[in-house]
Design a protein around this ligand. Structure first.
Ligand SMILES: [Fe+2]
Length: 211
């Protein structure tokens, strides 16, 4: 683990090979890489038009438009702790990151209490379950947020969503422009991320989940 990821919640590594073998080697320095639900250890992400691909995925719902801020694998009991992302091509379509520590710093005690007490209904084709926005695991506090699959359930959660959405518009965003041979590692418990609208057609990313 590096100081950059501990201090900022994300890190860029430049000038490295983005061949699969090297990506896995780098991923292993942050934890244990694990496959997605399609058994892909290294996932290839292509931009897709709306209403294509997996139903209710971000691509299905938003197509080439911007994706809203979210946590990856929010549906898992424990979301992926980190993910690695790299781009096969230079791309003007940015990956955007917000550090939840910046959000928390902007909130008063009452607002933090609302976030902690909020309960959301998380629905996927496989299951429906209740979940919190904030979780604690291995003495680390994490945020779980995916507006695609999480809807407010109790009264706190409606207010929590309003607070979070307000903070998303206010809080400093880190915009990652993609160059070749650039590898991004994100602490997925600490940061939420989004994608700008796709302005170049040739956008292909590789992603590895890490626990
Ligand atoms: Fe994502």
């Amino acid at each position: 683990m590096t100081n950059a990821i501990l201090n900022n919640g994300w890190e860029i590594i430049q000038g490295q090979s983005i061949e699969n073998e090297n990506l896995i080697k780098i991923a292993k320095t942050y934890g244990v890489p694990f496959p997605d639900s399609n058994q892909q250890l290294i996932q290839k992400l292509n931009s897709k038009n709306k209403k294509t691909g997996i139903k209710n995925s971000f691509s299905y719902n938003y197509g080439l438009s911007a994706f809203p801020y979210h946590t990856d694998t929010a549906f898992d009991n424990t979301p992926a702790n980190y993910f690695l992302l790299t781009s096969l091509y230079n791309s003007k379509t940015t990956t955007n990151i917000i550090d939840s520590h910046s959000i928390i710093n902007n909130l008063n005690n009452e607002e933090i209490k609302i976030l902690k007490k909020s309960i959301f209904l998380l629905s996927t084709p496989q299951e429906k379950k209740f979940t919190n926005l904030i979780f604690v695991k291995n003495k680390k506090t994490g945020i779980r947020f995916d507006p695609n699959i999480m809807t407010p359930y109790n009264s706190y959660s409606k207010d929590a969503l309003a607070i979070l959405n307000e903070q998303i518009t206010k809080t400093k965003t880190i915009e990652i422009k993609w160059n070749k041979e650039q590898i991004l590692i994100v602490d997925n418990w600490r940061c939420i991320h989004s994608r700008s609208n796709v302005i170049d057609e040739k956008r292909t990313l590789k992603r590895i989940y890490i626990k």
